[in-house]
Design a protein around this ligand. Structure first.
Ligand code: WQD
Length: 333
């Protein structure tokens, strides 16, 4: 069975490719390498012992996508391709709406034309917006997002829901919380090209001496220690959740939404402490003003995925900190 992964050489896509190959699926990757590099395909092969087929293409280009479908005819698609920098999306909203919506519509039209009707979509907990209660559950009404990146995820969820409602598409929407960490081999990881926006890669760059110190964005939130609380999930657990979601989609029709998180939140200061402890290093930091758009707290109710997919996280926050640091020291994260 052949699974098409759009954005499959990216941080999360490459980990999903490894888990799919390990589970006996054939994998086809479509990527433009705008946020990854071609050698990641070699690392995927080295880790899994099997090679994905790779198409370098612009996922918004109808002709290229159609030619790929004609050649590889996938049985299912896992759609990750898209721009994903929250901060950048605020300054370049049209770039985000054009790219993220275009590549999704181009993909769905190709799927319809070629009779491919199973889709797993990479969504984000960002779509919940600022809710009154925690933990987030999939039945919550999503609220206005504080950034265009999150809004593209909300709009794409709507497009997929409407297409799945009484049409031909059987889809699973996965709302990621905060994916972090790296494969134990250290061969695939976050590999930030510029100064990281997210906490774990920033801490890791400080840990390996690439950045001098961490700025903690605010310690006056209404949380246990005043710093922001998030539900960090190991990227390998996240990847395994996609294999379970794929298996689920093979026997169902319609649309189903699942949170992919641990169900537990850690504050920024807690994460720093754990990172220092498991890696036996110091992470210098300063308290800085809050970052605009940040929520005080966000964590998942992860019980629906456990009940319906038979999936739950196995790796700990210590594993996430250890694997992030190890991969960075090997130069891949
Ligand atoms: C986590 C906490 C910050 C950096 C984003 C996207 C989300 C998803 C994951 C794509 C917050 C604090 C951070 C730093 C800090 N991406 N922080 N200093 O904002 O929860 O989620 O990434 O799907 O869509 O919104 O993650 O890691 O940026 O922040 O103090 O240098 O760390 O204030 O409390 P976030 P994050």
């Amino acid at each position: 069975m052949n699974v098409l992964l759009t954005g499959g050489t990216g941080y999360i896509g490459s980990h999903i490719a490894v888990e799919l190959l390990n589970s006996g699926y054939d994998v086809t990757i479509a990527d433009d390498f705008s946020n990854s590099s071609p050698e990641v395909a070699g690392y995927i092969t080295k880790i899994s012992g099997k090679s994905p087929i790779v198409y370098e293409l612009d996922a918004t280009d109808n002709a290229s996508v159609d030619a790929m479908f004609r050649e590889c005819l996938p049985n299912a698609v896992i759609h990750l391709a898209g721009f994903k920098a929250v901060g950048e999306s605020v300054f370049a909203p049209l770039k985000y709406y054009r790219n993220n919506l275009d590549c999704t519509l181009t993909l769905l039209e190709a799927m319809e034309r070629h009779g491919v009707w199973r889709l797993i979509f990479s969504s984000s907990a960002t779509v919940y917006g600022n809710q009154e209660r925690l933990p987030y559950t999939e039945d919550m009404q999503t609220r206005e997002c504080s950034n265009p990146y999150g809004s593209t995820k909300q709009i794409i969820e709507r497009i997929i829901t409407d297409t799945s409602a009484n049409g031909w598409l059987s889809s699973v929407i996965l709302r990621y919380f905060n994916p972090v960490g790296a494969h134990k081999s250290g061969l695939i990881g976050e590999s930030p090209r510029n100064e990281p926006n997210n906490l774990m890669p920033y801490i890791t760059q400080v840990a390996i001496g690439k950045l001098p110190k961490l700025k903690v964005y605010g310690n006056d939130y209404p949380t246990s220690d005043g710093t922001g609380i998030r539900d960090y999930i190991h990227v390998v657990d996240l990847a395994k959740g996609h294999v379970k979601a794929l298996e689920y989609s093979l026997t169902r029709s319609g649309v189903e939404i699942f949170n992919l998180g641990t169900g537990h939140g850690y504050s920024v200061l807690e994460l720093i402490d754990i990172y220092e402890r498991v890696n036996n290093i110091k992470i210098p930091f300063v308290i800085a003003p809050r970052r605009p758009g940040d929520l005080p707290e966000s964590y998942a109710d992860a019980t629906k995925a456990e009940k319906m997919l038979g999936w739950k996280t196995e790796l700990t926050i210590e594993d996430m900190c250890r694997d992030s640091y190890a991969a960075a020291r090997l130069g891949t994260s």
